[in-house]
Write a protein that binds this ligand. Structure first.
Ligand SMILES: [Zn+2]
Ligand SMILES: [Zn+2]
Length: 256
């Protein structure tokens, strides 16, 4: 059994074959998923999918790349949706310094507003981090994000920072990059971090694991991530799949 904690089945890439993609996931042992909406277009689709499928949950937030577009009404909308029974987290939110559509100060402000919202509605947060690790950790500390905790999604930073995040009640979620031959840090994290703090994800349709790198990613491939973690830790695949699944169920507050 597997829990893919970060999917974008709400993306255009799954428009044609959503049903078949979910079936392939189930055949690979993926029983649960969290579909993440992060703007005006993807949030309603995430809600629609979570309402349609029993074991698919939703997270709603605003992506840092589009921070400049977020209005007070959008934040209000996210707050209202957080009360929906299938919504299990606020996010993804965070900082992305790879793209410059939204200036850094705007990204930081939108990130802080969402952390405050999550604390208000008492829900964990999902963090998107690209080339912004130090600023992310600083803001999480300043905003006391440990009060709600969260997930460092598709974590690719060093072990020390992972530990700092764990100390703030965050889970470390590993995705496709842990399977890439040249990905030194995710492999180190997979080895060093205790399994009780780890989750697995695909972030599909992006970041497909080896040997599907470069293709469209899908939840069925999360199995490759769990297999790689098992190999790196020198433990069984069953232990990784069972523990990361129970970690995710507990984290999201889902009764299985
Ligand atoms: Zn992301
Ligand atoms: Zn994502």
């Amino acid at each position: 059994m597997l829990f893919d904690t970060h999917v974008h089945l709400n993306a255009d890439q799954f428009e044609e074959d959503l049903e078949e993609t979910i079936e392939r996931a189930q055949e690979s042992g993926v029983q649960y998923m969290t579909v993440v909406g992060f703007d005006r277009k993807t949030i309603p689709k995430a809600m629609e999918i979570a309402e349609r499928y029993e074991n698919i949950y939703a997270a709603v937030g605003w992506h840092p790349v589009d921070a400049i577009d977020m209005t007070d009404e959008d934040l209000q909308w996210i707050e209202e949706l957080s009360q929906h029974p299938k919504v299990v987290a606020i996010g993804e939110m965070g900082l992305d310094y790879h793209w410059d559509k939204s200036p850094k100060d705007v990204q930081k402000e939108v990130f802080r507003k969402q952390i405050r919202l999550a604390k208000k509605v008492k829900m964990p947060i999902i963090i998107h981090n690209r080339e912004a690790t130090d600023d992310i950790v600083e803001i999480l500390k300043e905003e006391n994000a440990s009060e709600v905790g969260g997930i460092m999604h598709c974590y690719s930073g060093p072990v020390e920072t992972a530990q700092e995040c764990i100390d703030m009640n965050f889970m470390i979620s590993l995705g496709g990059p842990v399977t890439f031959k040249n990905a030194k840090l995710p492999k180190e994290v997979a080895k060093a971090v205790d399994l009780k703090h780890l989750l697995v994800e695909t972030d599909c349709p992006f970041l497909a694991p080896h040997p599907n790198r470069g293709k469209r990613n899908e939840p069925a491939y999360v199995k490759l991530v769990a297999e790689q973690i098992a190999e790196l830790k020198g433990i069984s695949y069953e232990e990784v799949s069972e523990t990361t699944t129970s970690n995710a169920l507990e984290f999201f507050g889902i009764q299985s």
